[in-house]
Design a protein around this ligand. Structure first.
Ligand SMILES: C[S@@+](CC[C@H](N)C(=O)[O-])C[C@H]1O[C@@H](n2cnc3c(N)ncnc32)[C@H](O)[C@@H]1O
Length: 174
């Protein structure tokens, strides 16, 4: 009987811990400009196609989530840098980077993306909600080097004309 009660207590404790962790994960989102929404596989393919990444180019993802775009860019030979504030997602990216052996190509900065160094980027990935798309447009056009390709997921920049559009992904050149 004591063993059953002990086992039940452990199960309840693990369940509560999971609930707390999931709660903290989503609570972090409340304080950020963008919630965590991962880009779907078919969209990643379109993003990578539109970006036309060449070996050795530098790619920056503004809000890199679990790092999936960084990995896709690294597979094309890029140096990929992600800016992310959610510690769970940073941890996940670091684990996958190690497992995939991409430590020399992927860098993850626990830093506010509005302080990102865009001068180093040949390609920038943006995933924005409607409310922050103008802020991204101004930020990128003010800080990136002329010629930088910007690949925007979900909403188009309000005041710039894309070079290409496919499956709700927009390609711009600064
Ligand atoms: C819509 S998700 C995109 C994730 C990833 N780029 C993808 O395409 O799968 C936005 C990410 O930005 C992060 N984020 C939101 N505000 C941020 C900020 N100010 N600085 C850095 N990261 C931020 C969130 O934690 C979230 O992971």
């Amino acid at each position: 009987m004591q063993i059953i009660v002990g086992a039940l207590l452990i199960i309840v404790a693990i369940f509560l811990l999971l609930v707390i962790l999931v709660g903290v994960f989503y609570a972090i989102d409340i304080f950020l400009d963008l919630p965590y929404v991962a880009t779907k596989r078919h969209k990643i393919e379109t993003i990578i196609k539109l970006a036309q990444i060449k070996k050795g180019e530098t790619v920056v993802d503004l809000g890199s989530g679990d790092g999936r775009l960084l990995f896709a860019a690294a597979e094309k030979g890029a140096q990929a840098r992600g800016y992310e504030l959610n510690p769970f997602l940073i941890g996940l990216t670091l684990i996958h980077t190690k497992l995939k052996g991409l430590g020399n190509q992927i860098e993850i900065e626990k830093k506010n993306m509005w302080k990102a160094d865009l001068k180093i980027a040949d390609v920038i990935f943006v995933y924005s909600l409607k409310k922050s798309i103008k802020k991204f447009e101004d930020f990128v056009y003010k800080n990136a080097t002329p010629g930088t390709r910007i690949v925007v997921n979900l909403h188009s920049f309000p005041d710039k004309k894309p070079i290409k559009v496919k499956d709700g992904i927009y390609l711009y050149k600064v």
